[in-house]
Design a protein around this ligand. Structure first.
Ligand code: C2E
Ligand code: CA
Ligand code: CA
Ligand code: CA
Length: 275
């Protein structure tokens, strides 16, 4: 029994070691990723639930890793956040999103995710203002998506940056709404333009009256506060129809279109086919 205990401990040590090594490896590779042009943005269309037409796109980061293939943010964002690498990566993303948006026709919205470390970064607003100007993008077309983690830290730099982004004319959305500990209280800390209803509620919406009551309450609350609503992660027709009936304004999800690289998207066609 004594030996078994020791073996288990050794194994446990090894797995910690492995995780630490993997993180270290990700960090080293990630440092080079921007310089080597391995980062890319994929875009997911957002539709208006009344008209069915595309009103915007959300930019989502992808890492074209030479050995591991295309990696999503779930596998590297934590390391990027902890090491601060998210700041240069985020600045690249902002410039890239504006550069690509400038090439596309139409005046749709472009949504960009910002992590807590990015929002706390002192140069954020300057970088955004310069990039908007460099690519001739009207600020009203740009929406930054933050989660309540940004507000949880009660940083005055973060609040100041959000305020300044507002003054620039860009919009701010509260992402992943409803799954946090005190989502409601965060609605009072900043006058958001939009609430993004988390996929958790979208997933359950067709299965119970309770879930429908929750979504319906969120849309009513948003309306009362003068905020728009977008539902994320819509995968079925039933969900889409219900969300529309429950008063949600916009939706995005695999049913409509998966995130696709900017260079090869014939979005209008892709979306028509799905609807
Ligand atoms: P998020 O902002 O909540 O983005 C939605 C996530 O759901 C995306 O995952 C998207 O690909 C995925 N998704 C969209 N439709 C569906 C659907 O119908 N079903 C399912 N199962 N998933 C769907 P992704 O691209 O892996 O991004 C994960 C998270 O990483 C994002 O969550 C966001 O918080 C963060 N992120 C992505 N890009 C960036 C970025 O450029 N900067 C920062 N700071 N964070 C980013
Ligand atoms: Ca988002
Ligand atoms: Ca989200
Ligand atoms: Ca989510």
């Amino acid at each position: 029994a004594k030996n078994k205990g020791r073996d288990t401990l050794a194994l446990y040590d090894q797995s910690i070691d492995l995780a630490a090594r993997e993180r270290r490896e990700i960090e080293i590779d990630l440092r080079e990723a921007v310089a080597r042009g391995q980062l890319n943005l994929h875009y997911q269309p957002v539709i208006d639930l009344q008209s069915g037409s595309v009103v915007g796109y959300e930019a989502l980061l992808r890492w074209y890793h030479p050995k591991r293939g295309i990696i999503g943010p779930a596998d590297f964002l934590e390391v990027a956040e902890e090491t601060g690498l998210i700041v240069p990566i985020g600045e690249w993303s902002i410039r890239q999103a504006f550069a690509e948006t400038a090439k596309w026709e139409g005046r749709f919205r472009i949504a960009i995710n910002l992590s807590p470390t990015q929002v706390r970064s002192p140069h954020l607003v300057k970088v955004i203002a310069q990039s908007l100007h460099a690519h001739g993008i009207a600020p009203e077309r740009v929406e930054f998506e933050i989660t309540e983690h940004v507000l949880m830290q009660e940083s005055s730099i973060s609040m100041g940056n959000l305020q300044k982004l507002r003054e620039l004319g860009t919009r701010i959305a509260l992402d992943d709404f409803g799954i946090g500990y005190s989502s409601l209280s965060y609605l009072r800390r900043f006058p958001f333009d939009r609430i993004k209803i988390d996929k958790d509620f979208v997933d359950g919406v067709e299965s119970s009256a309770d879930n429908q009551a929750i979504v319906s309450s969120i849309t009513k609350l948003a309306e009362a506060l003068g905020m728009a609503t977008t539902a994320e992660g819509v995968e079925t027709r039933d969900q889409l129809d219900l969300l529309r009936r429950l008063g949600c304004q916009e939706a995005q999800g695999y049913l409509i279109c998966e995130p696709v690289p900017g260079e090869n998207f014939a979005t209008a066609d892709a979306v028509d086919a799905a609807m």
